[in-house]
Design a protein around this ligand. Sequence first.
Ligand code: DON
Length: 310
Amino acid sequence: MNKNNLQELVTKIQQKHHQDKGGKNASYIPYLASVPAQLSALAVVTAEGEVYASGDSDYGFAIESISKVATLALALEDKGSETVRRKVGDSPTGLPFNSVMALELHQDKPLSPLVNAGAMATTSIIEAKDKEERWARILDFQRQMASERVVLSDEVNESEQTTNFHNRAIAWLLYSAEHMFCDPMEACEVYTRQCSTLINTVDLATMAATLAAGGKNPISQKQVIKPQNIPHILAEMMMEGFYEKSGDWAYTVGLPSKSGVGGGIMAVVPNVMGIAAFSPPLDSAGNSVRGQKMVHELAHTLGLNLFLPK
Ligand code: DON
């Protein structure tokens, strides 16, 4: 597909869905409840670094759980895949992102680095001498995968740090079962900060494109992730990126993807492109309703399902 046609398609799909009804902003984090629900954006960044975008694509929204992918990538760089598997896990839970029952069922081992428990455990294995270094390395990694525009929002962070009691409980449960590898409140605080950065839809598509391009950010041209770690990250995204709806997404769209309760979604088409969508109203699993429709329609129209026979 040529450049004009791809831009037209991105615009057409974003405009088709931008007034779709359904879903509700996350409200357990007060900041997220106040983000205008009508915002929506769709963006593509190709593995060669071409950018296509439509809608509110420069609006900075809270990255939330999509940050788990960047921290997983950094943990793989630091420790290698076998250590991450052994200490955190590698399998889907089939349960909501903050489920305590998922821990109960598996001797308090998180299983997946992409649920809250596993993400905090992953944060705890990042190499760092103290909390500030742990945070600085994670923020820097988000920026390297996406763009220098990614910043911590004090407003989002304050809103989350003062309401994250459930995650604190999970962090202590992990600690009691020896599945937490630094001070549990340090891991919870740094995890909460990593969820509180603002990213726009183009930069989120760049993060996905870095994964699509074998770990090289196609805009900065910097190799950020070792190519051998990419299959592990994409496997986790396919299995757990949409939580208990990951199976539906794999069945219908067939792309490794990750959602956040800020309304963002990124999807990876290996060797081809990163796709990102944003719109705040969420379904019951915490995935953007319009975002899913936009990514699904774009992927379907372009025949991008990885499981399609050639
Ligand atoms: O820890 C939390 O609950 C939030 N900071 C992030 C959760 C999230 O984004 C789940 N994703 N869809």
